[in-house]
Design a binder for this molecule. Structure first.
Ligand code: ADP
Ligand code: ZN
Length: 609
């Protein structure tokens, strides 16, 4: 009996990329495109979009043309493919004319499997002529949300991509994005003329990422504790809203023995590129960045993404956290947020540009983000729900691991509101959270005395809660829309819904600040991490392999992960293959890498301790 035939796509996955099986959704997409169909693919960051066009490009006759805005990353992408034995090249503005000529000649001669193009090149008549000279097997439009007017990455060049279909009607097109809401998807389909394409919406779950959101008390210390106790020596990204905060935190981490590089728009282009390159190439570096960092970064071993400021939307948060753990190993998405974040963002929206509709949309985004922060349900269930998908409580987020309590905060809410109302009615005054808390606590601060606020009726009615708890109460009142921030000074005012609470017609439930939650969650996190952590005896082997990889990567001028992913090195360190055949069975060891590095890996394994 002849064994069942392995389809060409699966054979390619195994031989070229060294992976055993397709991930959720990949096979259907690949089969569809191999068959010549158009596709619109929605997959979370790290879900495995690249293979969805790379394998069809390898299987179909001709060259797959990939349109990508990520010029700075093309070299790395092409290096990674070449290391796997794929004939890849790119054309963009970073090359000189001779380099471009070589690639153009290769393409025209049919010697490329994949050609990466910056979108603006399609504006050039010469590029269109070039494509006509060769044989295009498919067009892949990466980061397809760049065509969307509402996305922050909008690129006018992307609008021209709607013309691909008219010019090359027989070439299948596959557009890919991690931006998932229904509205964005419809807009992408319309603008790229992909209405008739098949839409593939993968699960947005990233089970290996542990989501944790905690109240901000001392952001620096909290971050340091996370890195020192759970992510020693790990690569990770720390996001901050401002450049100033980026610089401050990068310096702070470095002072504390954690090598951290800053990344923000205020740095000159060369420093920025150098820091990004080091982060990609070296093991275990931390990058502290504004949200401008990370689009298209495919470093697989980012072990944590930490947010020190509240993201403006769930979509942004999910894209940013999605940069953790592309290799499928346990990773942490950690966010600290506090009252001041809510005040700042509300102020930013109210005082920002754009019309009322735009501000309303931003406010809705923020509300959804706040609801995620304050939920007592599974974070993952809430996240998936936001993307229109359902899920079960995951057991791998802070609220699952350490369920928060809810408490009836109606009376506390009434106390806060009564201070706000009396200041307004009796004194025609408005104040920020800090002063309102002083009044609640009965603190005779200089300001209290100056304004004679100790004679207000509610002065001191809040002695039952501590200051931190009052901050939590006010934060949650803001999140629930029961208190509002007035622009400019961050003063607090009533909302339309406040009256119901004051009159006792509306109950207010709140999340109890879990005091020991952070440490408890941290412990559980470690326990959850243990099963895939290396057995003790494999650690030195793993370290030897890492050192070999670092030296090899340096020699070849490519990022370490281009040689082998951490996940592959771990598997080698535990399986200890003794022959090339055994090594070839390890996940992530394809034919080409086996031929290129196999002997060296076996030698490294055999080397004396
Ligand atoms: P995306 O572009 O969707 O963010 P990538 O295409 O960069 O994600 O893939 C994320 C990671 O998953 C990469 O490191 C890739 O090598 C790996 N990967 C993708 N598909 C598979 C698979 N079928 N088996 C194992 N690893 C995979
Ligand atoms: Zn959960």
């Amino acid at each position: 009996m002849t064994p069942p035939e392995i389809p060409e796509t699966l054979e390619t996955l195994r031989r070229v990329f060294g992976y055993d099986a397709f991930r959720d959704g990949q096979r259907e997409i690949i089969d569809h495109v191999v068959g010549g169909g158009d596709a619109l693919v929605l997959m979370p960051t790290g879900g495995g979009k690249s293979l969805c066009y790379q394998i069809p490009a390898l299987v179909r006759k001709g060259t797959g043309v990939v349109i990508s805005p990520l010029i700075a990353l093309m070299q790395d992408q092409v290096d990674a493919l070449r290391t796997a034995g794929v004939r890849a090249g790119f054309l963009n503005s970073t090359q000189d004319i001779d380099e471009r000529r070589v690639v153009e000649a290769e393409f025209a001669a049919g010697e490329l499997d994949l050609l990466y193009l910056a979108p603006e090149r399609l504006r050039l008549g010469a590029t269109v002529e070039l494509l006509d000279r060769g044989d295009v097997s498919l067009f892949a439009i990466d980061e397809a949300h760049c065509v969307s007017q509402w996305g922050h990455d909008f690129r006018p060049d992307y609008l021209m991509l709607s013309g691909l279909h008219e010019r090359w009607p027989d070439v299948p097109r596959i557009a890919l994005t991690a931006t998932a809401t229904e509205a964005t998807r419809r807009e992408i389909a319309a603008r790229l003329r992909l209405e008739d394409a098949r839409h593939f919406v993968a699960s947005f779950d990233r089970p290996n990422i542990q989501y944790r959101i905690e109240p901000k008390t001392d952001a620096k210390r909290q971050l340091l504790r996370l890195l020192q106790t759970e992510h020693k020596g790990d690569a990770g990204i720390v996001y901050c809203l401002s450049r100033n905060s980026v610089e401050k935190h990068a310096a702070f981490l470095t002072e504390n023995g954690i090598e951290a590089l800053p990344y923000h728009a205020g740095l000159d282009a060369r420093t920025r590129a150098a820091n990004q390159a080091r982060f990609l190439r070296e093991d275990g570096l931390v990058i502290v960045a504004t949200i401008a960092f990370g689009m298209g970064i495919d470093k697989p071993d980012v072990r944590f993404v930490a947010h020190l400021d509240l993201p403006k939307s769930v979509e942004g948060y999910y894209q940013e956290t999605g940069r953790a753990g592309r290799d499928g190993l346990p990773s942490t998405a950690w966010l600290a947020y506090g009252l001041q974040d809510v005040v700042n963002l509300r102020k930013m929206i109210d005082g920002g540009e754009g019309d009322a509709a735009h501000r309303r949309r931003q406010a809705q985004h923020l509300d959804a983000m706040l609801a995620l922060c304050e939920t007592v349900e599974c974070r993952r269930v809430r996240l998936l729900d936001y993307f229109g998908q359902s899920g079960e409580p995951c057991g791998n987020c802070d609220t699952c691991l350490n369920p928060p309590e809810t408490w009836d905060a109606t009376v506390a809410a009434q106390k806060v509101l009564s201070v706000i109302v009396r200041l307004d009615r009796e004194r025609r005054q408005k104040f920020g959270a800090g002063h309102i808390i002083d009044i609640l606590l009965g603190k005779k601060s200089a300001k209290v005395i100056q304004f004679d606020h100790d004679s207000l009726k509610p002065f001191g009615v809040g002695a039952d809660l501590r200051e931190a708890e009052w901050r939590g109460v006010i934060r949650q009142l803001l999140a629930q829309g029961l208190v509002a921030v007035e622009s400019d000074h961050g003063t607090l005012v009533q909302t339309d819904a406040s009256g119901d609470v004051l009159r006792g017609e509306r109950k207010v439930m709140m999340r109890r600040e879990p005091e020991r939650a952070a440490t408890k969650a941290a412990k559980t996190a470690k326990a959850a991490k243990a099963p895939i952590d290396l057995p003790e005896e494999a650690v030195p082997v793993f370290e030897r392999l890492r050192a070999w990889r670092a030296a090899t990567a340096k020699e070849q001028g490519v990022p370490a992960y281009v040689i082998f992913h951490d996940a592959t090195l771990r598997e080698i360190a535990t399986a200890l293959p003794s022959s090339l055949a055994e090594l070839g069975r390890v996940n992530g060891v394809g034919e080409n890498k086996l031929a290129k590095y196999g002997e060296q890996v076996l030698e490294t394994l055999a080397a004396p301790e």
